[in-house]
Design a protein around this ligand. Structure first.
Ligand SMILES: C[S@@+](CC[C@H](N)C(=O)[O-])C[C@H]1O[C@@H](n2cnc3c(N)ncnc32)[C@H](O)[C@@H]1O
Length: 460
């Protein structure tokens, strides 16, 4: 019989941003590092405090080297709904687990973290003094302590109704902070080469985490744009590759996206972006190519396909044409002239993307992409599916009152066979996808209506 590892309890302090993206991020990272989420933990919803049961501190540390959704992790020594309950729980925590951090040669500091309430200095000191019963034997060192302990108090989520006493109180030993600082250090504002649709740094890291990107992986973005998603993957040690239909973007030429600059400078390109962050060695290449006509030989090349396809709002959804596809009524072009640019329906684009991922991902590899939706008509059946890809998560980010985009993560669970290419067409799920085709019209009609409404109400 296999011996199961005893689980230790940790407290995760989550950031209160992109709430829906947090659980899939933590789950993906835990599965990458050998931890697991148990079902009772699914219920954390909007709270910033999550209790994790995982086998080792190493897993906790690895998790924090990657997460941008969590701020810090603590080894949980006690938890209660009142101070008395917390103290009881602390008295039950095994002393032998405390001693290594409290002995006389050690230095320590106790911090207080409150959510949805600010405490006075006096209140804070009172809380620290109340922990006298713990066997602290080391010296207090506020500047450079060896060990940091935290009391964390949770006053709920409603800023308009702050209770007198906290709903929950936790005490733990701080282990590590997450990677929130990446959001600032990789900010698009300070980036060398950007475009109108460059992906926000925080979301790029979340996407790479949902994609379980790891060192030495090969990550591909078929709609690479300025390569924002490649940067996040390269930061985690993956080799990156991309394609885009737009020659100017791939070659870093043409009009600049910055307000005060007319043309792109000589070194404004994806490679230079990676160099800016010391990641150039992870650059494989980028090339001009139409995602509707992939240029790859059959094979499984990629550990992850992470992408942000065009929605037709700030950039066109288009693909190259062919003689066969020239619409009726248009004079046939000479044999040699093919690059008629055709509109690329969103539903076709997602079919192509799923087929491409199913064909080129290694087994267990992940596809992570954004699906734009018109919220009044959205249903789960609209999410494109493929027999080789299992849906892992589907998280909403609102764009406006009536539109949003959903971050879809899928995992390849079956080897691709030729017949899988069309199986989605045989299913009755084909119809819901067609709704995506009119996303652009709906987006603009909604925007127009909203502007008209806002203008009307401002005149009243
Ligand atoms: C939303 S942007 C991607 C932005 C990118 N993530 C970044 O950080 O800059 C979508 C990109 O898809 C490209 N695109 C549009 N149609 C395409 C096609 N058929 N094949 C490949 N790329 C295409 C556009 O040129 C655009 O650069």
């Amino acid at each position: 019989m296999a011996l199961s590892c005893p689980l230790n309890r940790y407290l995760l302090l989550m950031a209160q941003e992109h709430l829906e993206f947090r659980l899939p991020e933590i789950k993906s990272l835990l599965s990458l590092f050998g931890g697991q989420f148990t079902t009772s933990q699914e219920t954390y919803g909007k709270s910033p405090f999550w209790i994790l049961s995982i086998p080792s501190e190493d897993i906790a540390r690895n998790l924090m080297k990657r997460t941008v959704c969590a701020k810090s992790i603590f080894e949980l020594w006690g938890h209660g709904r009142s101070p008395e309950e917390l103290y009881r729980s602390l008295k039950n925590y095994p002393v032998e687990k405390m001693i290594p951090y409290l002995h006389s040669d050690s230095t320590y500091k106790i911090k207080i973290h409150t959510f949805n309430k600010t405490l006075t200095q006096e209140e804070k000191v009172k809380r620290i003094d109340a922990l006298e019963f713990l066997p602290f034997e080391g010296k207090v060192n506020l500047k450079k302590p060896q060990h940091v302990f935290s009391i964390l108090e949770d006053y709920g989520l409603n800023p308009n109704c702050i209770p007198e006493n906290p709903h929950n109180i936790y005490f733990g030993r701080w282990i590590a902070d997450g990677q929130r600082e990446l959001i600032e250090s990789y900010s698009v504002k300070k980036r060398h080469f950007i475009g109108n649709t460059s992906m926000d740094a925080g979301l790029s890291f979340i996407m790479a985490n949902h994609g379980k990107v790891k060192e030495n992986d090969i990550v591909f973005d078929p709609f690479v744009g300025t390569g924002g998603l490649l940067i996040a993957s390269a930061h985690f040690g993956a080799y990156v590759y991309g394609t885009d239909i737009d020659y100017n973007t791939v070659h870093g030429v043409g009009k600049a996206s910055r307000k005060n600059q007319k043309w792109r400078g000589p070194d404004e390109n994806i490679r230079a972006n990676l160099r800016q962050y010391g990641l150039e060695k992870y650059y494989l290449d980028v090339l001009v190519s139409d995602a509707s006509k992939p240029c790859w030989r059959k094979g499984t090349y990629f550990d992850a396909v992470i992408t942000d396809p065009p929605y037709g709002i700030r950039e066109a959804t288009r693909r190259t044409g062919s003689q066969k596809e020239i619409p009726k009524g248009i004079d046939k072009c000479p044999e040699s002239h093919v690059p008629v640019s055709l509109s690329y329906h969103l539903s076709d684009m997602f079919f192509d993307l799923l087929n491409f991922a199913a064909e080129t991902l290694v087994l267990g590899g992940r596809l992570v992409y954004w699906l734009p939706v018109y919220t009044p008509e959205y249903t789960e059946e609209m999410v494109p599916w493929h027999p080789c890809l299992q849906l892992i998560s589907n998280c909403e980010q609102k764009l406006s009152s009536h539109t949003s985009r959903r971050l879809i993560t899928m995992e390849k669970v079956k080897t691709f066979e030729d017949r899988d290419q069309y199986s989605h067409l045989l299913s009755d799920q084909i119809l819901p996808y067609q709704g995506h085709n009119s996303f652009r019209e709906k987006y603009f009609s909604g925007v127009t209506k909203r502007i008209a409404k806002e203008e009307k109400s401002s005149q009243e």
